[in-house]
Design a protein around this ligand. Structure first.
Ligand code: NDP
Ligand SMILES: O=C(O)C1=N[C@H](C(=O)O)C[C@H](O)C1
Length: 271
């Protein structure tokens, strides 16, 4: 039985993760944490996730429960993830990271820690999005430089980072396949007299409204036809169950930085 700790347990993803643990065979909830200021500290995680009492009280720091878990699942904010990363590295525990919005420097810290512990880091843990990443690779390979590429994403009004981690990953996959450097060709929104579109640019547009769970569309537009690859999440359980799959997969892996593509066995080229 793999004992997981959920960081940010009362958050949108935290609550779905508690529910997913209860649905998933071979995984149990060992610990759960929340913001030190939260009035929910001490409450039972099962009650927070509406799955009945689990006898796991929320702590303000997972260091306090370190004997109770083998792995941390973290869907929070970059600075919280990095604090948990130090704990996991010091304790030799694995990590599943779903948090997005890391800076280059923060990503390097994760890469460095992965020399010592196994880490799955993925901006989107749904099977559907990870399949879309393979489809995008194929589309870019076939369409080459003959199309304009635009990425549109929509999320709920509480989301703090943009573009979404998934949109950026989609851009990276397409840019890499076409031999472009995303740092050079990305265009984030347009306003005013922005000029004619250079063919090689990859455009990003972000929409924030209401309770949208997460929607991504990549448009490949040519003269006379347009291809769109879209994914629409209607429940956070799709991400949470992906995180369970990643937890089970990573629990017996050697140190290293892994992606959801590793977990799902999608790394081989699809034609
Ligand atoms: N990879 C994937 O598949 C997915 C990734 N995400 C990413 O996951 C992240 C979280 O998203 P979401 O659940 O919507 O965000 P939320 O803000 O709902 O959840 C984060 C939680 O962490 C809590 N928190 C704050 N400080 C601490 C602390 N020191 N220790 C423990 N918990 C703390 C927050 O509390 P408080 O609100 O009081 O600050 C909040 O409850 C985002 O980066 C998002 O992009 C989301 C969905 C899928
Ligand atoms: O913040 C969210 O909600 C989501 N964030 C992830 C991202 O930034 O890509 C994944 C998902 O779309 C939901």
């Amino acid at each position: 039985m793999i004992r997981v700790a959920i960081s940010g347990a009362a958050g949108r993803m935290g609550r779905s993760l508690i529910q997913a643990v209860c649905q998933y065979e071979g995984i149990t909830l060992g610990a759960a944490s929340e913001c030190p200021d939260s009035p929910l500290i001490g409450s039972d995680a099962g009650e927070i996730g509406r799955v009945g009492v689990l006898q796991v009280p929320l702590v303000d720091n997972l260091d306090k429960s370190k004997e109770a878990f083998d792995l941390i699942i973290d869907f929070t904010r970059p600075e919280i993830t990095l604090a948990n990363l130090v704990l996991c590295r010091d304790q030799g525990k694995a990590m599943v990271i779903g948090t997005t919005g890391f800076t280059q420097e923060q990503r390097q810290k994760i890469t460095k820690a992965a020399i010592e512990i196994p880490i799955v880091l993925a901006p989107n843990m749904s099977v559907g999005v990870n399949l879309c990443l393979k489809l995008l690779e194929t589309a870019a390979r076939v369409l080459k430089d003959e199309v304009d590429i635009e990425i549109i994403e929509a999320h709920h009004r509480h989301k703090v980072d943009s573009p979404s981690g998934t949109a950026l990953r989609m851009g990276e996959v397409v840019a890499k396949t076409l031999g472009r450097d995303l740092n050079q060709c990305a265009v984030y929104g347009r306003q005013g007299v922005s000029g004619e579109r250079p063919r090689e640019s990859i455009g990003f547009s972000s929409l924030r409204a209401g309770d949208i769970v997460g929607e991504h569309t990549v448009i490949f537009a040519a003269e006379g036809e347009r291809i769109e690859i879209s994914h629409k999440a209607s429940s956070r359980m799709t991400f949470a169950l992906g995180a369970m799959r990643a937890s089970q997969w990573v629990s017996d892996k050697p140190p290293g930085l892994y992606d959801m593509q590793d977990v799902l066995g999608l790394l081989k080229k699809v034609n």
